[in-house]
Design a protein around this ligand. Structure first.
Ligand code: 17E
Ligand code: FE2
Length: 415
């Protein structure tokens, strides 16, 4: 194995002027010192060559159990969420642990190659055998050198609407799921949806787990489970540990309701994840013209002081046929779809795939600061604007002081 790094030189850091060098001692960041000019990288130093250095990318929302199954056993022809769930139910009946492990690991390697070191995956537990969950618990250990993996117990076919739904969720938590999920807009009735949200937040709270609900992933403006989730988070003072994924319906709510809703969202402090490529593809399917974008109110949430990150959601699965692991692509699409190409937004855009994702995942040891684990990526460009325009692959990815990806000529004396 390669020798660990003892420094990174010639790096630009977000929010700081000029070049910096960062010491690394025992896999942990040490002192960060300004440089007056470019310097030679010597010994076990990595040369960032004047490029931007940020904390590793965070993929906050993916379905690894379904990754790389697009077209098996059939393609989703309508492009709706609902046909996706039907196709997946057919593929799910064919799962083996080995099959899930292989596809999940292939996908995580692709992610690592794109500078992602933290991943939250939903795993479908509406399966009496819990095959995908057993596989993913093994993957979490097997891939720990490359990524930190959080596992969500995700009831794809509902908690109230699936036989033994509650027992399967409880079993998943007992087996070691980190996060409790839900899908209220897919439950058979509105009441089931409300009850499921109340129940799952209690379950997580009781077992000291995080919460991440597929919430209102539908264009129906009557889908209002987010207010239930936020109210429960507030009641239990649990907002920092609760994430609402998708909230597409918020793109269809009227402003009067949103004005009331935002008051509660701010009080509860819960976190938001938007998957822009996925929602552009799956939503708007029941519209003629004008067609909705089906994306939540991202800039408005940010301006209200709430945390929002972007995720990919799918890599070639029954819901979405594309995806290559590159979060810069997701970011690019998301900024377009959310009207976020003003320069102030661009200056902060990398936070959507780094810091904000880390907050949504409730990570505690994340960032480029003295005393934190030496994990970071070198991007191609001197500013977020240049990185966004260039869309180049990450130049290097460092994990606990070790170089796990290296491209171009960022290399100093690393052997
Ligand atoms: N399942 C779901 O309910 N929604 C999604 N976007 C995906 C899976 C990918
Ligand atoms: Fe999802």
């Amino acid at each position: 194995m390669q020798e660990p790094l003892n420094a990174i030189v010639n790096a630009r850091l977000p929010g700081r002027e000029g070049l910096h060098q960062i010491a690394i001692n025992n896999d942990v960041f040490g002192e960060i010192t300004p440089q007056t000019a470019l310097m030679e990288a010597s010994g076990q130093a990595l040369d960032a060559r004047g490029n931007l250095l940020v904390a590793p990318f965070v993929e906050p929302h993916i379905h690894l159990d379904a990754a790389m199954t697009a077209g098996e056993p059939r393609w989703n022809q309508s492009g709706t969420l609902f046909e996706g769930i039907e196709c997946w139910a057919e593929r799910k009946a064919m799962l083996t642990e080995e099959d899930v492990i292989n596809r999940a690991e292939q996908t995580l390697k692709l992610f690592a190659d794109h500078g992602i070191q933290y991943v939250r995956t939903h795993v479908d537990v509406t399966d009496p055998q819990l095959t995908a969950l057993k596989a993913m618990l093994a993957v979490r250990e097997r891939m720990a050198d490359l990524v930190d993996l959080q596992i969500v117990a995700f009831p794809q076919e509902g908690i109230w609407s699936f036989r033994n739904g509650r027992e399967l969720m409880e079993e998943a938590v007992r087996m070691g799921a980190d996060v409790v999920g839900g899908i209220p807009h897919f439950e058979h009735t509105r009441d089931y949806g409300v009850e499921s949200v109340r129940w799952l937040v209690e379950l997580a709270h009781r077992h000291d787990r995080l919460v991440d609900v597929h919430c209102d992933e539908i264009d129906d403006p009557q889908s209002r489970f987010l207010e239930v989730l936020a109210a429960e988070a507030l009641r239990l003072d649990y907002g920092s540990r609760v994430t609402a994924s998708h909230t597409c319906a918020m793109g269809s709510y009227d402003d009067a309701y949103c004005s009331r809703l935002f008051r509660l969202l701010k009080k509860s402090g819960l976190r938001f994840l938007s998957m822009p490529t996925e929602s552009l593809h799956l939503q708007g399917r029941f519209d003629t013209y004008p067609k909705r974008r089906g994306i939540t109110r991202v800039p408005e949430l940010l301006d209200a002081g709430l945390t929002v990150a972007f995720g990919q959601d799918s890599i070639r699965d029954p819901w979405y046929p594309l995806g290559n692991g590159n979060l810069l692509r997701t970011l690019d699409v998301g900024l377009h779809a959310c009207h976020m190409l003003g320069m102030e937004r661009i200056d902060h855009c990398l936070e959507m795939i780094t810091d904000n994702g880390a907050a949504a995942l409730d990570l505690s040891q994340y960032g480029i600061e003295s005393g934190l684990p030496a994990r970071c990526v070198v991007l191609q460009g001197q500013s977020p604007y240049e990185v966004l325009v260039g869309q180049q692959p990450v130049q290097a990815s460092v994990r606990d002081g070790r170089v796990v990806v290296l491209r171009g000529d960022s290399q100093g004396q690393v052997s």
